[in-house]
Design a protein around this ligand. Structure first.
Ligand code: C2E
Ligand code: MG
Ligand code: MG
Ligand code: MG
Length: 292
């Protein structure tokens, strides 16, 4: 039990909370300041079409460089941001930064690429999300069709009715929708006919062993066929080897994303990549540390 003692104002919780909870609380405080202190940045990872290996888009991925802890991966801080509600302001910042970058590319004649932005289930509880996004696009004069919002299956399953309304409004505004980590969520396929999504992102867990695992290959093929039969595009995530790329290409996967074509990179590097015309080279990913 926590007994309130005015004599020891900072000790209420110290016996009650485990290290993990204290760490999270510390992270939450730091995260609250991270936006103002410019510690957050967007990295961009290229997406390449399987036919001509051209860069057709980027996924925006959040990075947090903490002054004392160094790089903190999103898997660590996104849940903290979600639990604290901070994800609302952070998510809005991410969207605006992504759209500003699209506007810059357009001004340079490099604007014919899509930008995918991850949206947290918490942001999907905000009724004003479609209006906010539409307004940002308008302010920066960016066509909605180049913006792609990535949502996970859990968003669609949580409150299906509210989700349908929200997704329809986004889709009406011309914004593209992609199902992230497809095949890993606790969901039924029935939602695919209810929601106007445009893309399936085949999860990297199916791609990782597809060179050696027959079942993964079958799942990849089935997902690609399912997507195409429903009129959706399919993008393979986590492509690291040439064999994986060639298999996905042979199965008719539309777009791929992974270390084979580029890690998430600072905006300037992404711009350089766009300026270089021609097929994206295969990068040697062997011996790379397991980090994004
Ligand atoms: P995600 O949206 O599924 O993003 C793909 C993750 O796979 C990224 O990890 C990326 O760096 C990593 N990845 C890409 N290619 C490869 C590859 O070839 N091999 C391997 N092993 N990994 C690859 P990251 O950047 O650490 O992000 C993790 C997750 O954090 C994301 O998964 C997404 O769910 C979340 N996240 C990142 N940025 C944001 C954001 O701005 N908002 C929200 N709500 N979530 C975000
Ligand atoms: Mg994603
Ligand atoms: Mg994913
Ligand atoms: Mg993920």
């Amino acid at each position: 039990r926590v007994i309130r003692s005015d004599a020891e104002p900072y000790c209420f919780f110290s016996n009650e909370m485990n290290d993990e909870a204290q760490l999270r609380l510390g992270l939450e405080g730091d995260l609250r300041r991270a936006l103002e202190l410019n510690e957050l940045s967007l990295y961009l990872q290229p997406q390449v079409d399987t036919r001509g290996r051209r860069v057709v888009g980027f996924e925006a991925l959040l990075r947090w460089f903490h002054p004392t802890h160094g790089n903190i991966p999103p898997a660590r801080f996104i849940p903290v941001a979600e639990d604290s509600g901070l994800i609302l302001s952070i998510g809005e910042w991410v969207l605006e930064q992504a759209i500003i970058q699209m506007a810059k590319w357009r001004a340079e004649g490099l604007g014919e690429v899509s930008m995918a932005v991850n949206i947290s289930p918490v942001q999907f509880q905000e009724r004003h999300l479609p209006d906010k996004v539409a307004r940002m696009l308008e302010v920066h004069d960016v066509p909605a069709a180049f913006l792609e919002l990535e949502l996970t299956e859990s968003v669609l399953m949580k409150d299906a009715e509210a989700a349908v309304t929200l997704l329809n409004r986004l889709s009406d505004a011309g914004i593209k929708l992609a199902v992230d980590d497809f095949g890993t969520g606790y969901s039924s396929l029935a939602y695919l006919k209810q929601f106007r999504v445009d893309k399936l992102k085949l999860d990297q867990s199916f791609v990782r062993h597809m060179d050696t695992d027959f079942n993964d290959r079958v799942i990849a093929r089935a997902t690609i066929n399912l997507g195409h039969s429903l009129g959706l595009k399919v993008i393979g995530e986590g492509v690291e080897t040439r064999t994986q790329f060639e298999m996905l290409q042979r199965e008719g996967c539309d777009v791929v994303q992974g270390y084979l074509f580029g890690r998430p990179m600072p905006v300037d590097e992404a711009t350089e990549l766009l300026r270089r015309a021609g097929p994206a080279p295969f990068l040697d990913t062997e011996g790379d540390p397991p980090q994004g």
